[in-house]
Design a protein around this ligand. Structure first.
Ligand SMILES: Cc1ncc(COP(=O)(O)O)c(C=O)c1O
Length: 400
């Protein structure tokens, strides 16, 4: 499909850029996504050039990697100087957890049931005398008021996943940031389950720190991610790992002047995963192209429409949704978790794989994470598997 189709039919245009669709109905973007064709092409081209020419074209790679900073800034309306490239979300969380000037007796607040990467880096601060306050969810929900109730005058930060990995509850960021900032509390956003899908405008939603890897919804390879450290926090965050690339004269290897770069790239320290970052940038370009043509809300609206349709098909065929009743609210996401009467999630997943349908087992059920390029035929392939479930095949012991 040509770029003219981007204007008229962006979702078919997108699907055309997803080689995975030839074989699979893929619903596992909340785990590890298939990489898009632009991402794959960038990897192949890097490998060809590196094999044939070594680092002769290093500047071209560096420019392509820098494009990732521009695209990230465009996607979330931050400044490019606030973007730092990280190998994964976990690293971005640790940059902040290790970099804040905690004092013994400080505390931070995090919801229960977070992915471990948004818990362990905070628990790791306990050795400095930091208290980690874990706030129970309400049937999968993260209520901002519940988080705020645990805030006191020693609370430094609240850290949340934008979208919960298991059951897909999306936190109301505007409300969280507004309430936290009113009490002088910083907000860290683990954005890996939402970035690229739902609009995030840091000009209006003034989150302090963000991190996400590109290998889920952004359709890039594993090991290439971005973190955003807002300008106002650059100097308050101690650089816990530094190296040649952290300083202003990064290419003056004989120098000994330790003057940190004036932007967030100071956290990068050493050589980057150039191939991964270039590939991630190529994929992110697709998201920005669609947003430029159709507006920032278009991707979110489309993916939520896909998720609603999928849920309808699944329930018509007898699946029981086990994520909460937040479908038509600001908390909706593209993650659907469901049970099939008489069949364990593990067995359903294995059966689905045999027929070319990819889901995973999370949150006590089957998790289907749909993307904008999944068409009706994909949705039907998954739904039909529910109708054909064999109730005699259940084995309660391998319940997730
Ligand atoms: C909410 C959340 N945070 C963090 C991670 C881990 O991300 P990474 O491997 O990029 O550190 C995951 C992975 O599933 C996740 O779902």
């Amino acid at each position: 499909m040509s770029d003219a189709d981007l204007e008229n039919d962006p979702w078919s245009w997108w699907r055309d850029r997803m080689p995975v669709t030839k074989k699979w109905a893929y619903f596992d973007h909340a785990a590890v996504a298939p990489i898009s064709r632009p991402a794959a092409d960038a990897l192949k081209s890097f490998a060809d050039v590196a094999a044939s020419h070594g680092d002769v074209h290093w500047m071209d790679w560096s420019n392509a990697v820098n494009r990732l900073r521009d695209l990230t800034a465009e996607l979330v309306q931050c400044e490019r100087e606030e973007v730092t490239l990280v190998p994964n979300t976990t690293t971005g969380i640790n940059l902040v957890a290790e970099g804040l000037d905690w004092k013994a007796g400080d505390n931070m607040v995090v919801p229960e049931g977070e992915f471990p990467s948004n818990l362990y880096p905070w628990l790791n601060q306990q050795s400095k005398g930091v208290e980690v306050r874990i706030v129970p969810r309400r049937d999968g929900r993260v209520e901002v008021n519940d988080l705020m109730e645990r805030v006191d005058d020693r609370t430094r930060l609240i850290s949340v996943s934008w979208v919960g990995y298991a059951r897909g509850f999306r936190v109301d960021l505007n409300e969280l940031v507004e309430q936290a900032h009113a009490k002088g509390v910083l907000v860290f956003l683990d954005a890996i389950q939402g970035l690229g899908m739902y609009p995030l405008d840091l000009q209006t939603c003034d989150v302090d720190f963000v991190a996400a890897d590109g290998h889920k919804w952004l359709l890039g390879p594993e090991g290439a991610g971005v973190a955003i450290i807002r300008k106002r926090h650059l100097d308050r965050l101690h650089c816990s790992t530094v190296g040649w690339a952290s300083v202003e004269n990064a290419h003056l290897f004989s120098g000994s002047e330790f003057k940190l770069r004036g932007d967030a790239s100071r956290f990068e320290g050493g050589s980057l995963n150039q191939s991964g970052m270039m590939s991630f940038a190529a994929s992110l370009e697709m998201f920005c192209q669609v947003a430029r043509h159709h507006g920032h809300d278009a991707i979110g609206n489309r993916v939520l429409e896909r998720a609603r349709k999928l849920r309808g098909l699944l329930t018509q065929r007898g699946a029981r949704l086990i994520h909460g009743p937040w479908d038509n609210t600001v908390h909706a996401s593209a993650i659907t978790t469901f049970e099939i009467p008489g069949e364990t999630p593990d067995r359903f997943r294995a059966r689905a794989l045999e027929t070319g349908v990819v889901v995973s087992c999370r949150g006590g059920g089957v998790r289907a994470s749909v993307h904008v390029y999944n068409d009706d035929a994909d949705l039907n392939r998954l739904a039909e598997l529910v109708s054909s479930s064999d109730i005699n095949a259940s084995s309660p012991s391998d319940r997730n």
